[in-house]
Design a protein around this ligand. Sequence first.
Ligand SMILES: O=C(O)c1ccccc1N[C@@H]1O[C@H](COP(=O)(O)O)[C@@H](O)[C@H]1O
Length: 206
Amino acid sequence: MIVKVCGMRDADNIRELDEKVQPDLMGMIFYPKSPRYVADHSAIPATNAAKVGVFVNAPVAEIVETVQGFGLDYIQLHGNEDVAFVAELKQKTTANVIKVFRVTAEVDWEFLKGFEPHVAYFLFDTETKGYGGSGKQFDWQLLGAYPLDKPFLLSGGIDQESVADILRLKQQQPQLAGVDINSKFEREPAVKDIVKISRFVKQLKN
Ligand SMILES: O=C(O)c1ccccc1N[C@@H]1O[C@H](COP(=O)(O)O)[C@@H](O)[C@H]1O
C-alpha cells in the first residue's frame, strides 16, 4: 500500500518523517489559500520520498515552472482541471499526474475515463467548500462501484482509527493503491506528528 503524507513544509519535520517513516510520496501544497502553503520553495530539504506538488486551478506555466524549479516527481491537481488541461501539462513536463475528484453519491465514473491516459493515479477526496485538507471523510462504500483500471489513492480525513476500514476497502476494491494522510496527523498546520504517523503506517502495512 502506497503511503503519501501531504502538507509538509517544515524542514526538520520533513527530515524526521523521511528518516523514521520513509513514506513513498511526500506532498507539498502550492495553493496560496491553504494553511499549508509552501511560500518558500528553497526551505524544503532533499528527501528519499517522491515529491508531489499539490495545485488548485493553477495556470499550466506556473505548474511547469514549479516542477522544474523544485524537481517535482508528481503533480497533484486538486481543483477543477479538465482533460485538455491535464493533456497539455503532460506534454510540457515529465512529472506524473495525480488527478483528484471529490466523491459524492452522484459520482459519474464514466467522466473519469477521459483522464485515464494522462494520469498515474486518481485520488479521491471529500466534497467540501474548500478544495482539500478538510479532515472530513466521505462514504468510502461508494468506491466499491469504481469500475476503472486506473489505480487510485484514498484521502479525506484519514486518521489513526481508519486502518481497519482501509484494509476492508482494499479487499473489496483492488484498485485502491494507497492512502494520502494529512490534517488528522498534524500538531499544527504543516507540522506532522511523526509518532502518530509511524504507528498508523505500521498498522497499515502489517
Ligand atoms: O491540505 C490542504 O490544505 C489542501 C488544500 C487544498 C487542496 C488540497 C489540500 N490537501 C489535500 O487534501 C486531501 C485531504 O486532506 P485531509 O486528510 O482531509 O486533511 C489530501 O489529499 C491533501 O493532499
